[in-house]
Design a binder for this molecule. Structure first.
Ligand code: ADE
Ligand code: ZN
Length: 335
C-alpha cells in the first residue's frame, strides 16, 4: 500500500504555502533576516506545536510568518514545497497564499506574489510540478481589506486561478465577503471557501457558500453530513470537497476517515490534501497512508480520492482528461 500511494500520480488542492514552512527553513530565514526566534533548535519548534483547535493553530501560524521578508524568501518557501511535491509524485497543485498575513507586517503584495510566481515557473520547468495559485482572504479581517487586496491582485490576474477564504471562521460568515467574491467572479476567478470542521454556525455558513456566494468547491466541508439536504445539494451541484485528514486530527481530534468514506459512498467528489504540512507534519503521501492504515482505506478508495482531485481541478477539459488517463495507466500497471 505504501508503494502504491508513493508512486500514485497525485493532485493537491488544499495546501497553504505559508503552512508548508518547515522548522529548518524557518531557522534559515530567521538567520538570513536577522530575526530572533523564541526557539533554540528546529526540534524545539516542533515540540511547541501543541494545537488542539483552529485558534491554537493560527496563534502559532501567523507569528511564524515573520521570517518571510523578501521575494527570495517567498521563492524559497514555495520551492521547498514544490520539491517535496515532486518527491511525492504530486504532479499538479493549486496552492493557497495569505497576502494579508504579510502586508499587515509591511511586506508588499508584489514581493509576496513575485517570489511565489517565480518558484511556480521554475517548479514546472525543472521539477515537472504544475501549479495554479489561489489567493485567500483572511476572514477575521474586514471585507474592505479583502477588497483592497483583490485590487492589489488585479495587475497579476494571469497569475491567479481563484480566490479562497481562510483563518478563524467563528463569527466570520461567508456573507461578510459576498461583494468581494462577486467582484472576483467578475474578474474571471474561481471561488472556494474554507468551511472548517465543527465551527460555530458551520451548517448555515455552508448554505451561504452554496446559495449566496456560489462557490465552485468547498475546503474541508465535513459538516455537510450534519444536514441531509446539504449533502444532496453538494451532490446535485457536483461540488468537490478538499478534505485534510491529518489536519483534522489536530484540529478536531478525528482523522475523519468515516466521513470521507460516506462522501465517497454518495458519489461526492471528496479529495485528500495536506493543509499545513509543515505544521501538521504530513504531506500528501502521509495523509493517504494515514487513511489506509488507520481507517482501512482500500486501494480503490485511495484511487477514487485521487481521481476526484484531478476531476475537480481548475484545468481545461483536455488537461483533465490527460491527468485522468495518466492515473488510469498507473492503476492498470499497479494491478
Ligand atoms: N489557514 C491555514 N490553515 C488553515 C485552516 N486549516 N483553516 C483556516 N485557516 C487556515
Ligand atoms: Zn486550509
Amino acid at each position: 500500500m505504501q508503494t502504491f500511494i508513493e508512486n500514485l500520480p497525485k493532485a493537491e488542492l488544499h495546501v497553504h504555502l505559508e503552512g508548508t514552512l518547515e522548522p529548518e527553513l524557518m531557522f534559515e530565514l530567521a538567520q538570513r533576516n536577522k530575526i530572533d526566534l523564541p526557539y533554540a533548535t528546529p526540534e524545539e519548534v516542533v515540540a511547541a506545536y501543541d494545537f488542539h483547535d483552529l485558534p491554537s493553530f493560527l496563534a502559532i501560524y501567523y507569528p511564524a510568518m515573520g521570517v518571510l521578508q523578501t521575494e527570495a524568501d517567498f521563492y524559497d518557501l514555495a520551492m521547498a514545497y514544490f520539491e517535496k511535491a515532486a518527491a511525492q509524485n504530486v504532479v499538479y497543485v493549486e496552492p493557497f497564499f495569505d497576502p494579508q498575513g504579510h502586508t499587515t507586517r509591511g511586506v508588499s503584495f508584489d514581493t509576496v506574489i513575485r517570489g511565489i510566481h517565480a518558484a511556480q515557473v521554475d517548479a514546472e520547468a525543472k521539477l515537472g510540478v504544475r501549479s495554479q495559485l489561489i489567493m485567500c482572504f483572511l476572514r477575521d479581517m474586514d471585507a474592505a481589506s479583502a477588497a483592497a487586496h483583490l485590487e492589489m491582485a488585479e495587475p497579476y490576474l494571469d497569475w491567479l486561478v481563484g480566490v479562497g477564504l481562510d483563518s478563524d471562521e467563528k463569527d466570520n460568515p461567508p456573507a461578510k465577503f459576498a461583494d468581494v467574491f462577486g467582484r472576483a467572479r467578475e474578474l474571471g476567478l474561481r471561488l472556494t471557501m474554507h468551511c472548517d470542521v465543527n465551527q460555530k454556525d458551520i451548517v448555515p455558513h455552508m448554505w451561504e457558500c452554496l446559495d449566496l456566494i456560489g462557490v465552485d468547491r468547498i475546503d474541508h466541508g465535513i459538516n455537510a453530513l450534519d444536514d441531509e439536504a446539504l449533502v444532496d445539494a453538494i451532490q446535485a451541484r457536483d461540488l468537490g470537497l478538499t478534505i485534510c485528514p491529518i489536519s483534522n486530527r489536530f484540529v478536531v481530534q478525528d482523522l475523519t476517515g468515516e466521513q470521507i468514506r460516506q462522501f465517497l459512498g454518495r458519489g461526492i467528489k471528496a479529495t485528500v490534501n495536506s493543509d499545513d504540512p509543515g505544521y501538521f507534519r504530513g504531506y500528501m503521501n502521509e495523509n493517504l497512508l494515514a487513511l489506509a492504515e488507520e481507517a482501512a482505506f482500500s486501494r480503490e478508495e485511495i484511487a477514487q480520492l485521487t481521481r476526484n482531485a484531478f476531476s475537480i481541478a481548475w484545468v481545461s477539459d483536455g488537461d483533465k482528461a490527460q491527468y485522468l488517463a495518466d492515473l488510469d495507466a498507473y492503476l492498470a500497471r499497479a494491478e
